[in-house]
Structure formats: C-alpha cells, structure tokens
Design a protein around this ligand. Sequence first.
Ligand code: AMP
Ligand code: MG
Length: 338
Amino acid sequence: MTMILKVDAVEPNVSILQRAAKVIKEGGVVAFPTETVYGLGADCFNVVGVLKIFKVKNRPPDNPLIVHICELQQLYELVEQDTKIAEKVIEKFWPGPVTLIFKKSAKVPKEVTGGLETIAVRMPSHPVARLLIKLSGTPIAAPSANLSGRPSPTKAEHVVEDLYGLIDVIIDAGETPLGLESSIIDFSKDRPILLRPGPATIEELKQVIPDLEVPEFLLMLEKQPSRPLSPGMTYRHYSPNKPLILVYNEEQLDEVFAKYPNSVIICPEEYSHKFKNRRILVLGRLSEPFTIAQNLYNVLRSVDNLPVSAAIVLAMEPKGILFSVMNRLKKAASEVVE
Ligand code: AMP
Ligand code: MG
C-alpha cells in the first residue's frame, strides 16, 4: 500500500511530514518533492532502505545516489575530505540545485555510492524536502522517483504512474519549480569538473569556480563520453517509451515526417506557427527558457499517452539553462538527425 500525503509546498504541515519521517526512520522509502524533481528517499545509513530504492526503481546497483542534507554539519559526517575548496560554491548555491562530490567517509554504506569511494551531496531548498530531512534526523539518499530510464517526475502524478504500490509514501506538494535535476560537480579530483549540467548554468558556476572543467563530451553532439566519468552516464535516460527523434537540421524535417507520419512535434511556443497542420506539444517559451526546463519531463511523459507512434523534438541553441535541457534531450533521444 502506498500512502499519499498532500502538503503545502511553502508551509508544509509538520505533523503530516512527521508520518513520512517515521517511515524513513524505520527503513521505508518515501517520494518527496525537491526544487529540482521528485526524489525517492531512504535513510542513507540504513542499508535495507537504500536497497529498496534500487529494487523498486529497477536501478543498476552501480548507479550511485545523491545524499540530501538540511544543514552543513551533516556534510562533515558524510565526507572525509577538506571541503574548503568548495566553500564558495556552497555559500552561493546551497540550499539549491547543485550537487557536490567529495571523498566519502567510512560511515556511508557502499550501497549508497554504488561501490565508489566518493559521495554526491546536496542541500535542497524546497521547504518540504528540508523539513522531511530535519524530522527524519538523518541525511536522505534519494535518486529521482521514477522507474529507471523514464523521465524524472516533476509532479506527484508522475511518481504515481511509475511507483504506486511499490513504495511506502508519496508526498504531494504539486509541481517542482525547476523541473530539471541538479548540476553535479566533482570536487574529489585535482580539478573541479562538471559531471552533469543542471539548473545552475555553467556561466553562474564559473563565477565561483573559475577553474571548473567542462568535459568535452558535454559540449559535443555525442550521447556519451568514450569512457564514462560517472556510472549514471552509461544508461539511456529520461526517455518516453516511444521513439524520440532529435532534429538539429530543420531542412531534414520533411524526411523525418515522411519516416514517422503519425508523430507529434515537440517545440517551443515561438516555433509552433511553423507546424499549423501537425500535432504539437509546446515545451515552453524560448523567451523564458526556465519554462522549457520546467515542462520538459511532463511533455516527454505525455508522448506515451498520445495516439502517436513517435515524437520529434527540435534542437534548441544550447545557451544557459537550455544547455542542460539539450543534455537531457540528447540522452533521451533514440535517434539524432544532424
Ligand atoms: P539521480 O538522482 O537519479 O539524478 O541520480 C544521481 C546521479 O548522480 C547518478 O546517476 C550519477 O550520475 C551521479 N552521482 C552520484 N554519486 C556520484 C559519485 N559518487 N560520483 C559520480 N557521479 C555520481
Ligand atoms: Mg534519475
């Protein structure tokens, strides 16, 4: 049985969240909203709870989890490394959508980190996530609350679609404000390196981490680096069940339409006039690119509920947050047309 608990996103009811915290403390799993996407959480020190996360998501055991904290003191019990090198980024982005990787302390079970000697930590800003962590009295290990490979959930309804009946609690506080998973920076190596672009743009990150390395593969069309830098990179991600064709060159569109006659086109509102006679899913507005990030996964999920056999998505200029959106689309695509 899955219990659904509705709470206000800004001022969540303490006694309702206490029920969810009790489940976490007893080794259960709870889906909860963060400012990025919904997470599926367990007490990071409870191996039984952590293993449930992998089981219900069907997540490969070598794909590590992000551990969520609500105060800095919790970082020091999770890592065994001087975190001073990350001081500025912590000051600017925590609480918020930036995950940092450090060498892990012996206290963290290896199941959490997929066997790695490093640990990913984030302090979310969403009031529900913060209060849940506080009431649980422990850092919460949580990947996105979707079945492995599916688009991340940005609404409680998406969690219901994937995990109802498989998990103990779903906390419903409406839509997640950012809609895109956190930026991930690895501070465990000689030089800080961006592993996953997210809501914090590269330009913003570089202001506090001038020597941030942005690996070549993130800048290229290729779907994967030749050697994965982090385990999650090797898996197809964020995908609807139907074919998703990512088109860079608009001149190729007629050919793509001919190949997939019964398809829907996914594009920003500004382009929609070009496709008057076609079925369209509007992503958001290029003039307000955060709306595109916010709608992305809801749109990708809705493809599976439409009477179409494929979706065609137009590439967007990878600037600012749209760089991160394009990163997800590249991973989600079953075919890329250049
Ligand atoms: P999710 O929360 O579902 O977006 O998954 C978390 C992602 O964080 C994983 O897929 C990894 O790519 C990344 N991650 C977590 N821990 C580490 C780590 N120790 N080293 C490298 N990447 C990590
Ligand atoms: Mg995920």
